[in-house]
Design a protein around this ligand. Sequence first.
Ligand code: ADP
Length: 663
Amino acid sequence: MIPTDFYPECFWGVAVAESRCSGQATLCSPRFNSPFNTQYQSKMSDETEQQQPFQAEVQQLLDIVINSLYTDKEIFVRELVSNASDALEKLRHLQLTEKEIFDHDLPLEINITTDDTAKTITISDYGIGMTRDELVENIGTIAHSGSKQFLKAMNEDAKKESSLIGQFGVGFYSAFMVAKEVKVYTHSWRNDGEHLVWISDGKTGYTIEEAPGQRRGCKIVVELRDNEEDHDYGQFSTSSVIKGILEKYSNFVPFPINLNGERINTVEAIWLKPKKEVTDEQYTEFYKFVAHAWDEPRFKMHFQADSPIVINSLLFVPSENKEKWGMGQQEPHVALYCKKVLIDPNPKALLPEWLRFLGGVIDSADLPLNISRESMQDSALIQKLNRVVTKRFLRDLGKEAQSDGDKYMEFYKEFRRFIKEGIATDPEHQESLAKLLRFESSMTEPGEFTSLSDYLTRAKDGQEKIYYLVGNDRETIEQGPYLEAFKARGLEVIYFDEPIDEYVVSSLQKFDEKDLVSAAQADLDLGDAPEAEGEALSDEDATKLCEFLTETLGDAVEKVEVGKRLVDSPVAAMNPEGQMSPQVREMLKAMNQAGASPMKVQLEINPRHELIKNLAAKHESNPELAKLAAQQLLDSALLAAGLLDSQMPLLKRGYDILKEALK
Ligand code: ADP
């Protein structure tokens, strides 16, 4: 048990590192990423005494909050306590650099009082407080793009609200779920700050008035709404209810929380404890605290090592991929600690970028406490931590995949993007990551996935390649002309059906020493197909037909050949080796890039196909129709290959052919 009564100078029970944050521009706090505004300008005018309207977006947000979609109203307590904790964290960092701090002897703690006669709950902290400008800026407007995204997401799918509210930092406004009025009494840490109170009913705007005697920090008085038939707002002015909520959500807040004078939270650095001493509930609770998360963790990885460096690390994979709603790239949020002291809540170089979905803590006793953020990127020690933790994470994930395939697949479906991104961007871990890939294939049922290793266990004797096809989805891939040759020979083909897969194969190239080869590639020697049905064209007729087609199709083809691969389709456009794939070309085209000019393909004809045999028989007697047929075959092959730029000629020519045929 870690002693917790060292406050206020201590965090997780250990003294704060001197000078670990330089200046005030980037303050370390688990939840604050935005620069702290140090520009205080005294602005006192009659105008601000009058009611100010909220910024339109705040109003929108408040409407959502007040007409509450949120069923979980108690979360406002957690939000306000989190803000208080952040404000204290910021103050603690300022104490390292600032000599003059208003009310400097106040303890770093959070005090909560309830009054069930007045129906209020009051949450006060002795943190950094706010100036008048900061009040306007921080709680009268939405500066964070995250909150704007939140609004967007809410409009799109209002049901996700309770998991979104914390994530987007709409925290403070959650008070209006339960409040008829909120008062924020505050004095900034600056000696020249004002004693102020911000007052709002959340509906009509806010006023800022003077509040003589206010101490440093913030005191937020929430006057609860009157009870309604199915809503008991009054409960939040009852000590026992608030105690229960605090015990649920706020155990890991790194500052003392007192409720009506009684100390509530215990502070523990659970990542330093032996695994067997930590319960699942504690892990989950800690995850929610450290990752500012609402969901349950999907996986946790708690590991301790003494060599090559001392590491105590506790990592969590969330339930949900937070990037999946198109809200941009997440910040890395595995915090870096040294012996329980927070060095940086969002260190960029600590883990590879593709691991940004992880939350948690990495603590290394080997780190110098005064490491600055700037030098961190280059620090050999950080690189070592990065390597060791990433390797370990991949190893543990691999074990999870082995021991519970279904659970792993659930993870994979949600987070595969990151695994694939890692393969395309991180050569060092590519090999381990490739083992974690899962795909559908010609030998899996729809919706079933296989790994590359399992593919190899099914490979035919002497099969030296791993075959794949890229396409938009399983159906498109299976209806194309490429698969049939592989199916006829019992060769498995992996389906790559996401745009990023193109990067995955081109970066990976090999798995377990075996080349990854596109099944659409020309010049693949698959050996003879077993007992091809039907009579084929004679060599002589086939050669003549190929010559006719080469001449008719001109520059559009590199060459026309009799193929051994086709079974049911008359023709297929093969991708000559070394040429870019249709998918890459598609991307270049979308970006309007050079290099997307029409590609020359190699056309393979199926000498057993009725259509090809008829064409061979007719091309001399009815050259006009044969030319139309040749063009039509090429365009159909290009369409199947994803290489046809315009489909209209195909359509129009189809009518011309029908016209001829029906004559
Ligand atoms: P978030 O905490 O995610 O930034 P909030 O809506 O909860 O979003 O708070 C908005 C801003 O108001 C905070 O970023 C902070 O600048 C300011 N704020 C809120 N509560 C406090 C507090 N107790 N002390 C100082 N500043 C606060």
